[in-house]
Design a protein around this ligand. Sequence first.
Ligand code: MOS
Length: 726
Amino acid sequence: MERGRGRGKEAYVMKKQITSGTGAAISRVEGRLKVTGMAKYAAEFPVKNRVYAQGINSTVAKGKIVSIDTSEALAQPGVIKVITHENALDLQGHDKEMPAIGTSSPMAVLQSPEVHYYGQYIGLVVAETLEQAQYACRLIQVDYAQETAVTDFEAGRYKAYVPDEASDYTRGDVDSGLASADEQLEMTYITPIEHHHPMELHSAIASWTDGKVEVYASQQMVENSVTTIAKTFRIPESDVRVIAPFVGGGFGSKLQTERHVMLAIMAAKLIERPVQLTVTRTQMFTNTTLRQRNEQKFRIAARKDGTLTALVHETLSHTSTYEQYQEQCGTPTKMLYASPNARVTHRLMPLNLQTPFAMRAPGEATGSFALECAMDEMAWRLGMDPVDFRIANDTQTDPSNGKPFSSRLLTECLRIGADKFGWDQRPAKPNSREEGNWLVGYGVAGAARAAPYKTSSARVLLEVTGGEVYATVQTGATDIGTGTYTIVAQTAAEYLGIPVERITVELGDSDFPDSPGSGGSWGAASFANGTRAACLQAIEQLKQKAGITATDVSIERLLLDNELTRYTAEGTAEPTEEFEQHSVYSFGANFAEVWVDRDTGMFRIKRMVNVGSAGQILNPKTAYGQIIGGLTMGAGMAIAERTKVEPNFGNFITRSFADYHVPVNLDMAEIEVIFLPEEDKIANAMGVKGIGELGITSVAASIANAIFNATGKRFRELPITPETVI
Ligand code: MOS
């Protein structure tokens, strides 16, 4: 303790060094609640007088409902109501045809007899119990006027169109860039339809009481959820409250407020009782979003010395027949390497499948597979080390817009990763190293993921109990399994100068101060800075009240001097002009060692080393969890995940975890994660940058590149499975 200046003869103590502040690898503050089952997820709130609903799904992929007979269902015990397009509430639809949808678009449902895809909601049964609702669903008789659906990528290709002006991007002169190259390559990379499948099912319990809507829902962004609901039901946002204190994963699928939430709210209004609706695991394939199939044509051109002269990246994807979503696969190609000439295009075609939407690192996860494999292919063509080739094209200026990067340690990530991994031991020739029956290969990929930062507010409530200060932080932020509770508590501990054990964090309520919620890797930076702002506000206000000018004063002292035992303050953090003038990204590199069985094609990811530079790491333990989660999902992209469409009926063949494969522990490598120390105060006051989506970016490419190194064969379609390798 040091002495500071203050009023009277008593000195003010310096802010204590808090060992549980930011940067400390403490365990999750809510961990105990989770492992003891005390943390309540959306479907677990004991809302009184509630009933249960079950969505009814279409069994055709395109057509019109001619008639629905609900009489037998309605006659069953416990059944309260069956809602179809014939008796649904009138809801707000989109304001135009094929709108580009976002996280606060209206989500009207049951508004017409039209069917756009297999599994679309065509009704809802509400009953006293879930079993009664599910049973009655099977008794609904539906007649369709069926039409020919297009669900196949090849069949839909001729309908490809330009989604909007932002779809195309060009810099320099691509033709002269190609002409001035010593080598050029053209490849096509394919990634399949994938599903998010967070562990917690999508779920909602909705009440509509005295004109006010209250919903417990598993959502990533509660404020946007309020907006979606208010728009859809044409009610003021002030009449809507969304509560999501715990969310069991989202990966992008809970960014939007999906139609099951609207169904639950509609039913609650119609029957005047709270309604619980859970989307089953099978329904999560059709009634939530997906990552669409992408076909990425890539041209890469370089001179002998390793200088890139042109990049051309053309992506063809699908959207639904009623809404538009475009994954920006070209994002990394625009900004990662200093090619003077580049062209990036995106095309969409409508298919009779639900509208795709963002899935972890939308654009980067898939786009980096193409770019980082193409970089690898070119490095081998040039006879250059793939690490050196990337470093040769590194840049401190964002080639896509000419802005300086706030900080960019790509070269450092590659060099340090190479060192930790033992890259110098890589087989210099593909298909040359053997370990018994195994072929051994090393692969690398660079990664970049935007580090967005959004306006975020928080409230801090201080309370003196037994002579000690306790604080509660409230913010509309969410914890989707990422560690928000912990980093918010650590931030408050640090800026209030009290131990983390005395901080309570309350999240996921739209009545709390506004926060952007969890998505796009902006969560940690936005929430932490919002929390910091609230703490600094509390201190500043208390100092002013007491007329104190000293810089380091304890919060106990401030409350005491003001003769207060309670105090509440709010604060908001927002991006600065400096932030807007820079390109702000997190960077990384992933190294993989893969062994391939020469007879069976079976392969094992043996080890991965991941290096990231993402500014200040708020908590190395939760950050490590984010990265290994990203690496596992990236490995899933590479070796397992694929949603298949049944060609005759247009439904998904993969409809459970028995057929939609994800990596399990045994599939995963020995993983080493390294965060480079980095200060980036341009990003935000605390210098925090996102990592949630950095971890998945480029992992699939590093594995594909390692398989090439092992076998000498290129695999440009994901997932890579033993039968394709052999
Ligand atoms: Mo993320 S795909 O913005 O949850």
